[in-house]
Design a protein around this ligand. Structure first.
Ligand SMILES: [Zn+2]
Length: 280
């Protein structure tokens, strides 16, 4: 036995509190009343079945429910709304909340139109009519568990973060031929032909100067490069623009120094190395 089966095994009012009992000559009772105490607020009402909170009710002149809560459950593959009414205060559950079977979701009370402290339970087929909830109450009292809820749809996976682009990888490329060209055309490179371009160093600063003065940076859409020797996105785009315009096919001007850009760069580097044999 559990609180759930204990609760629904007793207190069922079959003396006018049952489904179909006449309330007026034309209006019948649409649910089942259950009461375990005459004192409002002293007895918690466990959810007949697991489900999701789809509605809450507050005292109103438009209905006699008083404080209530509506939980949608799936039973035998069909959806039902269970309404629990007459709470002494508002249910503490939130709309959209998942309610496990047996969780206390309201207390017996006397808000709304009621003749004593009780809970009024209705069962409605979603999109359909009202059923007498008593058979379901009896099944739960006998131990019927809510069937496994359908697994919630997995949350969409967050979009994978774009991998960080390692622009500095160009520093590991061979810059000897570029150094010769930069020196020959006086782009401000004063160092030797040591093939090395360090971040922030003279080779990359002069290379940025070259990319600006020859218009590659502008045509790559990155404006004028800062001569800081830092091979960022803009510098790589300008480099790709230069490689493409000079027929070395660096691929997309996307600022990513990938294999195609690297291959094109080394073709250009070798060409320049041969083109300026007297620069040392
Ligand atoms: Zn009732």
């Amino acid at each position: 036995m559990s609180g759930l089966t204990d609760y629904y095994s007793s207190g069922i009012n079959t003396n006018g509190g049952e489904f179909g009992a006449y309330r007026t000559p034309t209006r019948r009772h649409r649910g089942q009343d259950i009461s375990h105490s005459s004192k409002p607020g002293t007895v918690g009402v466990p959810a007949l079945h697991a489900g999701r909170v789809v509605g809450k009710l507050a005292p109103s002149t438009k209905h006699g429910f008083g404080y209530g809560i509506i939980i949608r459950s799936v039973l035998d593959g069909m959806e039902f709304d269970f309404t629990y009414a007459h709470g002494p205060w508002a249910s503490q559950q939130a709309i959209g909340e998942w309610i496990p079977q047996g969780k206390i979701i309201l207390h017996e009370g006397n808000s709304g139109a009621t003749q004593g402290s009780c809970v009024h339970i209705e069962q409605q087929r979603v999109g359909g009519g009202y059923l007498d909830p008593l058979p379901e109450i009896r099944r739960v009292a006998a131990g019927r568990l809510t069937e496994a809820a359908p697994a919630p749809a997995p949350a969409p996976a967050p979009a994978p973060a774009a991998p960080a682009v390692d622009h500095d990888v160009v520093c590991s490329w061979n810059w000897g031929g570029i150094q010769k060209m930069l020196k020959h055309y006086d782009y401000g490179y004063e160092g030797g032909i040591d093939h090395v371009a360090s971040k922030g160093g003279p080779t990359l600063k002069a290379f940025q100067n070259f990319l600006n003065r020859k218009g590659y940076a502008g045509r790559a859409g990155v404006g004028t490069l800062k001569l800081d020797g830092d091979p960022g996105d803009k510098t790589i785009r300008a480099m790709q623009q230069w490689l493409n315009e000079s027929g070395r096919n660096a691929g997309k001007v996307d600022g990513i120094p990938g294999d195609q850009t690297k291959g094109a760069f080394h073709v250009a580097e070798a060409d320049n190395y041969r083109a300026f044999p007297n620069v040392w």
